[in-house]
Write a protein that binds this ligand. Structure first.
Ligand code: PGA
Length: 242
């Protein structure tokens, strides 16, 4: 794991966007996995701007989503489906045929998980994954206590995730479960970018990056991932030991 601390969100986002672009430049057929949330918003803006400016071809890559709310229709603007389309897929010109996202409204969620697992396997794993971190240490919806060996699965949401999740919706939306890639897939990605900014992430970053790895803090296992890059701003890094 490498930790890089940036002066501000702008510099952080710029480095993250460059790391994603490098993946596609090195292998145009890359499998990319994207999280939603506040942390990667500026990264995605810079990614689309820079891809356009540098004329980087995204037509051959494949894209998947890290997670999705269960039982929230795709028309809801707070879904990962909606956000990834708006922030990335439309601006980058990525076609439907290149994308696989969890359908949180599917009757058979187990089948959704199997579909995602098979897709990842068929592409020989994820080339680059972009994730954030919850204040409870989750990555995706791998909530505290999760089995680290799971692949895609459905998870009951932690109280703090439900509370934080409410901010992503412009209308009152009931959320209680999520469908998510498992930690084995997150940590198994060939390039793992964890993005975090702001004071609210300082304590959990200290526990995750400098505490003993424990299932109670799923993100703490990132310490064991050699290829992981943790990109954080000064405020998020403010509780790390020197
Ligand atoms: P955030 O969410 O990027 O909106 O802070 C991160 C997360 O909960 O995984």
């Amino acid at each position: 794991m490498t930790i890089r601390v940036f002066e501000d969100t702008e510099q952080l986002a710029s480095a993250a966007a460059e790391a994603i672009l490098d993946t596609v430049k090195a292998n145009p057929y890359s499998l990319l996995c994207f999280a939603t949330g506040n942390s990667p918003v500026r990264t995605y803006q810079l990614l689309t701007e820079n891809a356009f400016r540098e004329n980087i071809d995204f037509t051959r890559c494949r894209c998947i989503g890290l997670d999705e709310w269960v039982q929230v229709p795709r028309t809801n603007s707070g879904t990962c489906y909606h956000l990834l389309r708006e922030q990335l897929f439309i601006p980058l010109g990525i076609k439907e045929s290149q994308i696989l996202l969890f359908d949180g409204m599917a009757q058979d969620l187990e089948q959704e998980c199997s579909k995602m697992n098979s897709f990842i396997q068929a592409q020989s794993g994820v080339d680059c994954i972009v994730v954030g971190i919850g204040t409870n240490g989750h990555i995706g919806f791998n909530e505290p206590g999760v089995d680290m060996n799971l692949q895609a699965h459905v998870q009951d949401l932690h109280e703090s995730t439900v509370k934080a999740g409410a901010h992503y919706f412009s209308q009152p939306t009931v959320i209680s479960r999520g469908i998510t890639l498992g930690m084995t897939q997150v940590l198994g990605a060939r390039k793992l970018l964890l993005l975090a900014n702001g004071k609210s992430k300082a304590a959990i970053l200290r526990a995750s990056l400098q505490g003993i790895p424990t299932r109670k803090v799923p993100a703490s296992f990132i310490q064991q991932a050699d290829h992981a890059m943790v990109l954080i701003d000064k405020e998020a890094a403010s509780e790390l030991y020197q």
